[in-house]
Design a protein around this ligand. Structure first.
Ligand code: ZNH
Length: 141
């Protein structure tokens, strides 16, 4: 559960990303694949050539889902239910990959926002993304 202050920080971070979902998402994926090459195995069509078009389109979809989560902080589980089915039952992404993505998220944010990205914003954003990851990984049965 996020406090009022944490919600404000999450909204503030999202305002800085909104409108740049595809580029932000592509950079996030590229960093994930570079720092944790094992994650590429989930994206055979992306990993091999790291085709910019594919990175941008998948980045866009991923970040758009994060945007939906930002708009539904009080009911993440309902808002992300179809995506949780997809990750848990179809893609079967190992849950250990989520913290890796979250870490890359922080680095990409920090590298762009620099001094604008305060420790309070980072802490709130971490709590938020962890909440998203919990929902996306709880349908593994
Ligand atoms: Zn994921 C897909 C989101 C994480 C892997 N994803 C996806 C999508 C989305 C997402 C929106 C699309 C869907 C449709 O189309 O329908 N993710 C997401 C989010 C997150 C994630 C939000 C966190 C935060 N993922 C993840 C991880 C991984 C993944 C960690 C691993 C590494 N995904 C994935 C895959 C896919 C997806 C493989 C599929 C792709 C294609 O199809 O191409």
């Amino acid at each position: 559960m996020l406090s009022a202050q944490e919600r404000a920080h999450v909204a503030q971070v999202w305002d800085l990303i909104a409108g740049h979902e595809a580029h932000f998402g592509a950079e996030l994926l590229l960093r994930l694949f570079t720092v944790y090459p094992s994650t590429k195995t989930y994206f055979p069509h992306l990993g091999a050539c790291q085709d910019q078009e594919h990175l941008l389109s998948h980045g866009q979809r991923m970040l758009a889902a994060v945007g939906v989560a930002v708009q539904h902080l009080d009911n993440l589980r309902a808002a992300l239910s179809p995506l949780a089915d997809l990750h848990g039952q179809v893609l079967r992404v190992d849950p250990s990959n989520f913290p890796l993505l979250i870490q890359c998220f922080h680095v990409v944010l920090a590298s762009h926002l620099q001094d604008e990205f305060t420790v309070e914003m980072q802490a709130a954003w971490d709590k938020f993304l962890t909440g998203v990851a919990v929902v996306l990984t709880e349908k593994y049965r």
